[in-house]
Design a protein around this ligand. Structure first.
Ligand code: SF4
Length: 636
């Protein structure tokens, strides 16, 4: 792409005000676009909290396109959810391609890039069909021969796609020797590797839409995406989690045994190395079957383990051109990343025991995980000095409606930080219900008390469903409570109910919108990234303020690392509020939506933190009893 600095381009305000560009010019959308362009040009950072209804997609895409056309540099837009990715790539970008061309003669190219694992690997598919056809998921059999993109999102499956990991593109199983690899760079891409096809399209694009997982890897490893100068992180409240995950390695005893069983002959490492790998691992995880944090450095067991990991790496390097050896590349890489992480002083290492059925005399249901505590450190050294970064989301501020927590965790010192006003009339559109009185409260230590709470929760929810005539999301902080509530409620209500796990997320959302008066029970993955407009969704029930447990080891490690005196005030509460705002945000998606959010956690009224929680939510009327007459006013 050539630099185009002489090009005369309109300012964002002119774009949004041009004929027919948007139905209604929204000042906050224009303001956001101006902030984004200012941040891109000055190569600084910005935090923009843009509530639902701002139209933040267009507000950052317009300046992104103007910047890319003016400078010849690429802009990457990163999302956490595929829903937003699809919205940007299949709706907003085609819309902008049409409008910007019609109004200003501006043409631009865009590409959608996902992580390798989203693409079918033609080589693995062919190999599996030859030697182990039953390991290929059924829906992939016919689709795999017809698809032109290889993107797994094209496969419609009610139950997800077990076995996809047998045929997806995988870094460790990929080699330039592969017949589909576009080696020369001159090869036509047609009929070649799907992943490399997508990469080539990205090389030619002005704007690339990617996901947090891939962007996190690109920051850490400096590859996976073409060179870019601007990063827009939408759904930014999730970015830290993806950074941590990308940097974390996990190795289980089961995986080590399987690796030794199948890989020893192929890679040719010695019995001594195999024994050290196993005994080192066993020494680190110990024999007491509970999970704990650990710093194994300096122990005999760890030294053995580390030595064996180095030896396995050398064995792999020597044989990796052998196609059979490629199958073990991923595991060898994970082993060495685990050791690298344990060595890093900003790391957090944990032994995780999982209750599993014993299979074989030597089986230990434990794994070692190690990842960073301090993502801020990586971003400060690897991202901000090079890339103008804009963090945006509907929920970035926490207690006191400020960005202190977010800035600390991301290590960012932004040039701009702004919280845009909501375009919704919340007091008119939404009622918040938090019951007051001597109701049972949830308890993680007192089973009897918790049973009482769950029974009360079910009774309240059934009454709320009667008021709203179904049309509800019932959102939980745990699978256990979701399952028990579903059992207590679905037979007692006349409205059709489904719960997470019965089918894929896409199927459940489709079922919800196509089924009149339906009720969907779900956990954290449904608290965000789902947008149901109109009367189909009139009630959102939330079981509890989503506090992470005090025992959460990563949270404890963070508190130690940042020398935080009150873990509750500075970590638990801000994180819970950001999550709660996401769940709350499922209800009002447009200016005509109306309904009720019920948080069935009576502790809010009796606690010190209750006022801070309520004041962080949008300004709405509060009902404390089901007898409140306001209920009927908010139910369409
Ligand atoms: S180049 Fe790599 S990812 Fe692509 S088909 Fe070949 S092995 Fe699979």
């Amino acid at each position: 792409m050539s630099a185009t600095s002489d090009l005369k381009l309109p300012l964002p305000r002119e774009v949004f005000r041009s004929t027919g560009f948007v139905n209604e010019v929204r000042e906050s959308q224009v303001k956001m676009a101006e902030i984004c362009l200012g941040t891109m040009i000055s190569s600084e950072s910005a935090i923009v909290e843009a509530p639902t209804g701002t139209g933040k997609g267009l507000a950052y895409l317009v300046p992104a396109i103007l910047y890319a056309k003016k400078t010849g540099q690429k802009v990457v837009v990163s999302t956490a959810t595929t829903t937003l990715q699809d919205q940007l790539f299949h709706k907003d970008i085609p819309y902008l391609q049409k409008k910007l061309y019609e109004n200003f003669g501006i043409e631009f190219k865009a590409a959608l890039v996902k992580g390798r694992s989203h693409y079918l690997c033609r080589h693995r598919l062919e190999t599996k069909l030859d030697v182990d056809p039953v390991s290929v998921p059924l829906p992939v059999l016919s689709w795999g021969r017809e698809t032109t993109t290889g993107d797994v999102a094209e496969v419609q499956s009610e139950t997800g796609l077990p076995g996809w990991s047998n045929v997806n593109a995988d870094y460790a199983a990929c080699s330039e020797q592969c017949e589909f690899h576009p080696r020369s760079g001159q090869d036509k891409l047609e009929g070649k590797c799907f992943f490399y096809q997508a990469k080539t399209t990205a090389n030619e694009a002005d704007v690339i839409v990617a996901n947090h997982a891939l962007v996190a890897l690109s920051i850490i490893e400096g590859k996976h995406l073409p060179e870019y100068k601007v990063l827009v992180v939408d759904e930014a409240h999730q970015f830290e989690k993806y950074m941590i995950s990308a940097l974390t390695a996990e190795v289980s005893h089961r995986a080590i045994m399987s690796f030794i069983d199948k890989g020893r002959e192929v890679l040719g490492f010695t019995d001594e190395v195999a024994n050290e790998l196993v005994s080192g691992f066993k020494g680190i995880v110990g024999t007491k079957p509970f999970s704990f944090t650990v710093d194994p450095k300096g122990t005999q067991a760890y030294d053995k383990f580390k030595k064996a990991v180095v030896a396995v790496g050398i064995a792999y390097e020597a044989r990796k051109n052998n196609s059979k050896a490629l199958d073990f590349g991923r595991f060898v890489e994970t082993l060495s990343r685990l050791v690298d992480n344990i060595e890093n002083k900003y790391s957090f290492t944990r032994v995780e025991w999982r209750p599993e059925t014993k299979s074989g005399a030597d089986f230990i249901p434990a794994s070692i995980q190690s990842g960073p505590i301090n993502v801020a450190y990586f971003l400060r050294t690897k991202l901000y000095p090079e890339i103008a970064t804009i963090f945006t989301s509907a929920t970035l501020s926490s207690t006191g409606n400020n960005f202190v927590y977010f800035k600390k965790m991301m290590g960012v010192e932004p040039k701009f930080e702004v919280s845009l006003p909501t375009p919704f009339d919340y007091p008119k559109q939404c009622l918040l219900y938090i019951p007051k009185g001597g109701h049972p409260v949830p308890s993680s230590v007192d089973k009897k008390l918790n049973d009482l709470y769950q029974e009360w929760f079910a009774t309240q929810t059934i009454k709320l469903l009667d008021l709203s005539r179904g049309r509800a999301f019932v959102l939980f902080t745990s699978y256990a409570h979701m399952n028990s509530a579903f059992e207590r409620i679905h037979k007692k209500t006349k409205y059709p109910c489904k719960k997470q796990g019965e089918a894929s997320r896409e199927f459940l959302v489709r079922w919800f919108t196509e089924t009149p008066n339906s009720v969907l029970f779900a956990t954290k993955t449904f608290w965000e990234g789902i947008s149901i407009d109109g009367d189909d969704l009139s009630l959102v029930v939330i079981d509890k303020v989503p506090f992470k447990p005090e025992s959460d080891p990563l949270m404890k490690a963070k508190a130690d690392h940042y020398k935080i005196s009150s873990m509750f005030d500075y970590i638990q509460l801000p994180e819970a509020i950001i999550d709660l705002k996401q769940g709350f945000g499922r209800l009002i998606r447009t200016r005509s939506d109306k309904g009720i959010v019920a948080i069935l956690d009576p502790r809010i009224h009796n606690s010190n933190y209750g006022k801070r929680v309520i004041s962080a939510l949008p300004p709405v009327h509060l009902a404390t009893s089901l007898d409140d007459k306001l209920f009927l006013k908010y139910l369409p």
